[in-house]
Write a protein that binds this ligand. Sequence first.
Ligand code: PGA
Length: 323
Amino acid sequence: MAAMAACRIAHATVAAAAAAASSSSKPSCVVARPQFCGLRRVEVGCEFGALAQQLQSAGRGCRGVVSMAGTGKFFVGGNWKCNGTNESIEKLVEELNSAKLEEDVDVVVSPPYLYISKVIGSLTKRIEVAAQNSWTGKGGAYTGEISADQLVDAGVKWVIQGHSERRHVIGETNAMIGTKSAYALSKGLGVIACVGEKLEDREADRTTDVVFEQLQAYADAVSDWSNIVVAYEPVWAIGTGKVASPQQAQEVHAAIRQWLKEKISPEVSSKTRIIYGGSVNGANSAELATQEDIDGFLVGGAALKGPEFATICNAVTAKKVAA
Ligand code: PGA
């Protein structure tokens, strides 16, 4: 991981290079109008002068000022977990309906099953709804389970799979999570595919081993990644108030993108949103968002407060400003 981090140019270096290039009174080339693919700013048809040299000497080639290594749109999910009452959910929906959300972000919220229909019936269509889990296949004699078919029938668009609470509290295995994801995808749901290491894994320097094993289980079960958003959620950061530092998160996100490139395809690597989860809040989201490979967030506690969740969604602005 250290080697991987070392071979990636730090975001600050890119920003500094960009600032240096733009403050030069005589730019060494006329920079063509920037174009945004997703939010990745690419500059076409120029040599970039000093900036290009710095990027090239850092081994990145002349790829412009990059605010987003992937090409997908920023994505923020709110995971309400097993929280809420009729009353508190009505209030939260009202807050979300009146929130001003930037356009450059896909926003999804995930209420407990019981309240899904109520939320779909009252929430602005600007925000889509996810379930927190779904069964491995078609419905039937599976007491307490909900099938992807039923979720689709209820108007749900997404499902979270492999959340650490389901892995480590309920005991779901990698293989089961892969099967459930594949079935949900086959029914047209988008899957928010969670991965993440426990503290003991991190301390034993096994972070990427664990994360790659979890990714491999998804890869073994699914053939099409176009409806998958990967959520990196270190278990030690979930619900603990102990957020990963932007550098810690970026390092694992970059490793995941590289894994996708090598094991799936460069196209999937570029298009797949890799979002971060674990104690994200209104105060830390903007700095996290400026990291190249952080394409959004999966938010727990702070998603229960409408205005704060809106602030996190609008952290996409920090990414644009950093571009
Ligand atoms: P947290 O939860 O934001 O409360 O840490 C994140 C999650 O579990 O998705």
